[in-house]
Structures are given as structure tokens and as C-alpha cells.
Design a protein. Structure first.
Length: 136
């Protein structure tokens, strides 16, 4: 994909669908004896790794620093989750917006923030240093 933003949206859409699908599969596999939150956590554990690989290879196209990038990726994703929760709570409880439209708007805002977080934190690379050419 040529444009990083389009690739980011495509990978994000795929990963969202994957997370939903994995949650449903885990709910079926784990059954009624396990809390549903366990299925969500299991789906997240799988989908975060896939999302990382896809963002790293298809969106930001970086190499090296694998562990550092992954830890930063998880941190940015976790920050996005917390931001989503806080903004939605604020929109619904304080500003009294309807919950479903507020959730859509907040998720869109967090997606944009996540793009910049991943671009400038998760997969940030310093530009190569050019050697000084001494004139002499």
C-alpha cells in the first residue's frame, strides 16, 4: 500500500475483525465455566501479536529493534484503550452524549491518536546521520 494512513486503517480494520472472531472462537472453546473476559484476554493476546507484525511490515515498514518496538506497540495500544475508556466515560457521564454515537466518535479519535502514537513511538526511527564533509 502506498499511503501509510490507508494501510494503517486497513490493518486496523482487519485486526478489529480478527479480534471479534477470535473472541467468539475463544468463547466457544472455553465454554460457560470460564468468565467471558478470559476469552477477550485470549483474543487480545493473539491479535496484538498479529497486529504488531502487520503494522511493522505493511504500515511502517521498519526493521530491527524487535523487542523494543513490540513493548512500545503494546504500550501505545494500552494507552489507546485507557484513552478510549476515559473519553467515552467523560462523553457519556459528564457531557451526557448518547453512548453509541459517542463510542463511535471516541473510537475514531483514538484510532487517529493511535496512528500517531505508533508512528512516533512504537516504530520511530532516527533519520540516518550524514557524515560531515570537510572542505579542505
Amino acid at each position: 500500500m502506498q499511503r501509510q494512513e490507508v494501510a494503517f486503517a486497513a490493518v486496523g480494520g482487519f485486526n478489529t475483525a480478527l479480534g471479534i472472531g477470535l473472541t467468539i472462537v475463544w468463547l466457544a472453546v472455553l465454554g460457560d465455566n470460564v468468565p467471558p473476559s478470559v476469552a477477550v484476554a485470549a483474543a487480545y493476546a493473539v491479535s496484538i501479536v498479529i497486529a504488531f507484525v502487520l503494522h511493522r511490515t505493511l504500515v511502517f515498514r521498519v526493521r530491527g529493534h524487535l523487542l523494543r518496538d513490540f513493548l512500545r506497540f503494546v504500550a501505545v495500544n494500552s494507552g489507546g484503550l485507557l484513552l478510549n475508556m476515559a473519553l467515552l466515560e467523560l462523553a457519556v457521564s459528564v457531557w451526557h452524549f448518547p453512548d453509541k454515537p459517542a463510542a463511535v466518535v471516541v473510537m475514531a479519535l483514538v484510532a487517529v491518536a493511535s496512528y500517531f502514537g505508533h508512528r512516533h513511538i512504537s516504530f520511530r526511527r532516527r533519520p540516518p546521520v550524514e557524515p560531515d564533509h570537510a572542505v579542505g
